[in-house]
Design a protein around this ligand. Structure first.
Ligand code: GLP
Length: 241
């Protein structure tokens, strides 16, 4: 594991963006695994700047996102498809048809999960997977449980996740209770994983993830076994480490 401490959120976003930059320079047709949430906003802003300055070309890049709420169509501003289009894809030269998220409106969500794994497999797997961290240690929407789930699957969100994500909705009742998430298998098979964490609220869970026991009760702890994990976290999140 490589741990990079940054002075603040902006510094984290810049350093993480540089890692994405290096990946695309090394391999123009990279497959990026992308994440949502507030952690990623600064990083996406940096990537947009690099692209608009002409320093970074996304024309041959493809992407697969970690997760999507069940029941939210792409036009819903709370859907992760909407987030990705508005915060990244619409501002860079990535062909939109090469960007994939699970379809939250699929008539048969289990079938959608299966097809999603097949797609990632057929693309040749993920070169660089971006990850944020949930307050309960979730990655993607892999919530704490009794086992690590390997495949893309439907999940019922934990109350704490619903509460944490309620800030993006009018009220807590509007947060979908279910989602589709990439499984632990795809994440662990990514050739490189970039975990970004900021803020003091995540300091104790980050400590558990990186140095606690490897257990499905703390889903992110599996990352300790990844051979090419880079953690970019600000001082506050790394407090005590
Ligand atoms: C959300 C998402 C995750 C994200 C995490 C942290 O629920 N499903 O992919 O990484 O929780 O979110 P935030 O960056 O807003 O703290």
């Amino acid at each position: 594991m490589k741990q990079i401490e940054t002075k603040d959120y902006q510094d984290m976003s810049r350093k993480a963006a540089n890692i994405v930059f290096a990946q695309i320079i090394r391999k123009g047709n990279s497959i990026l695994g992308l994440a949502t949430g507030s952690t990623m906003l600064g990083l996406y802003e940096e990537l947009v700047k690099m692209n608009q300055k002409g320093d970074l070309d996304f024309s041959r890049v493809s992407s697969v996102n970690l997760d999507e709420y069940l029941g939210l169509p792409a036009i819903n501003p709370q859907s992760y498809r909407y987030y990705m289009n508005h915060n990244l894809f619409n501002h860079i030269n990535i062909p939109l048809e090469n960007t994939y998220l699970p379809d939250g409106t699929a008539v048969n969500p289990d079938e959608e999960c299966r097809k999603y794994d097949e797609r990632i497999h057929n693309m040749g797997g993920i070169d660089l997977q971006l990850l944020g961290l949930g307050l309960d240690g979730h990655i993607g929407f892999n919530e704490p449980g009794e086992v690590f789930t390997r495949e893309t699957h439907c999940v019922t969100l934990d109350d704490s996740t619903i509460k944490a994500n309620a800030r993006f909705f009018e009220n807590e009742d509007e947060v979908p209770k279910q989602a589709i998430t990439m499984g632990i298998g795809c994440i662990m098979q990514a050739r490189q994983v970039l975990l970004c964490v900021n803020g003091k609220a995540k300091a104790s869970i980050l400590k558990e993830v990186l140095y606690g026991p490897i257990t499905p009760k703390v889903p992110g702890s599996i990352l300790q076994l990844h051979p090419n994990l880079v953690v970019v976290a600000d001082k506050e999140a790394l407090f005590g480490l």
